[in-house]
Ligand binder design. Structure first.
Ligand SMILES: [Zn+2]
Length: 359
């Protein structure tokens, strides 16, 4: 099917994403083990990921796997198996740290390390990133700059609704370019809908597990009617209802463990009823549709730096340009960013050779 022969078709804007981490990679709880203890804990990633790969293969679905670098360096064959099966390999950072807790320097080190490890394993560029816990907030716009400077071309960390670890309540629902100091980073926010002014999601993690199929279908209809992408996300532990439990508080126990048995049936149901792409595949469909309709992807400007003395606002829609010269150079830069996603050859050569994998 040639996309150029079709009008904007929201059914092409669905992607399945897997945040590859183990059952003990729970954020922000005193009950969660520190990284020094991870190696001593039972690993269930191999079993769960093999099962996921089998399910996706049987349904002919390709997904994007946002790998945690710490796990990837211990399961290199499994990373390659995902790649061989036609899935996209992207980064979920190295040690599952929250952006707003570690600060800019450690965040940069963490994501550069994960990118280098993954690229050494698969021998190809890794251009997609998702932060732990969707932890990019209004207070940490510098993270988007760091992601771009580390060699990623797209980010999928912004949750445009309230979220336990992050969430930007006034962020656009649809993909947009972020104007960073080193170029235009494409942001693909997680899917959310607005119900009488209340933003929520039914499309991943605990949200997907807590919602029933009717609610999920209603939400997807709403997304598609407004031309917004459907970004589904799950974790391998969520298809493993028997995984060990951490002694979390009541609220976190609910969020982490509610309806675990429903994840796999819901995933199969979604794959049978919707056409999923990798995130990169979905981005390509999305950008081509804009190109066809002669529309432009919105640009959001990073207004302030991370300096504590500079208060918010931090992200704001670009409404005016200083001069026609500035306007021309901005258009050229955006065109270049768009072209990146339409030219796989350019993507493959984007590998950041200046960084070497550690450990
Ligand atoms: Zn995670």
């Amino acid at each position: 099917m040639s996309l150029f022969e079709n009008q904007l078709n929201s059914k092409l804007f669905s992607c399945l994403t897997i945040d590859v981490e183990d059952w003990f990679h729970i954020l922000d709880s005193p009950a969660a083990p520190s990284i020094e203890r991870w190696s001593s804990l039972e690993s269930r990633i191999e079993r769960n990921l093999e099962m996921l790969l089998e399910v996706l293969d049987s349904l002919s679905v390709k997904a994007t796997f946002f790998w945690l670098g710490w796990l990837a360096e211990r399961h290199k064959d499994l990373v390659r198996k995902c790649q061989k099966a036609g899935h996209e390999i992207a980064s979920h950072g190295y040690s599952h740290v929250l952006v707003y807790e570690v600060g800019e320097k450690l965040f940069r080190q963490d994501i550069i390390r994960s990118k280098a490890i993954l690229e050494d394993i698969i021998g190809e560029a890794v251009i997609g990133f998702r932060s732990a816990g969707f932890g990019i907030t209004q207070e940490t716009p510098w993270a988007l700059n760091a992601i771009m400077e580390s060699g990623f071309l797209y980010d999928s960390s912004i949750f445009p609704a309230s979220h336990g670890h992050g969430g930007i309540l006034n962020s656009p629902f649809k993909p947009f370019f972020v104007e960073t100091q080193s170029g235009y980073l494409l942001e693909v926010p997680l899917s959310a809908i607005d119900i009488f002014g209340w933003r929520t999601s039914f499309f991943g993690g605990g949200h997907l597990r807590a919602a029933n199929k009717l609610m999920i279908k209603w939400g997807i209809d709403k997304l598609q009617a407004s031309g917004r992408p459907l970004v589904v996300y799950i974790h391998p532990r969520e298809i493993d209802p028997d995984h060990p439990r951490l002694p979390l508080n009541l609220l976190r126990r609910f969020k982490c463990y509610v309806n675990l048995k429903s994840t796999l049936p819901k995933l199969k149901w979604l794959c049978e009823h919707y056409s999923f792409y990798t995130m990169l595949g979905m981005i390509e469909n999305y950008i081509r549709s804009f190109y066809l309709e002669r529309k432009t992807i919105p640009i959001v400007h990073l207004q302030s730096s991370h300096a504590a003395s500079e208060p918010s606002p931090t992200l704001s829609e670009q409404t005016s340009v200083a001069s026609s010269e500035a306007s021309r150079s901005r258009h050229l830069a955006v065109d270049k960013a768009v072209a990146n996603f339409l030219s796989p050859g350019i993507l493959r050569s984007h590998r950041s050779s200046q960084y070497k994998a550690q450990g």
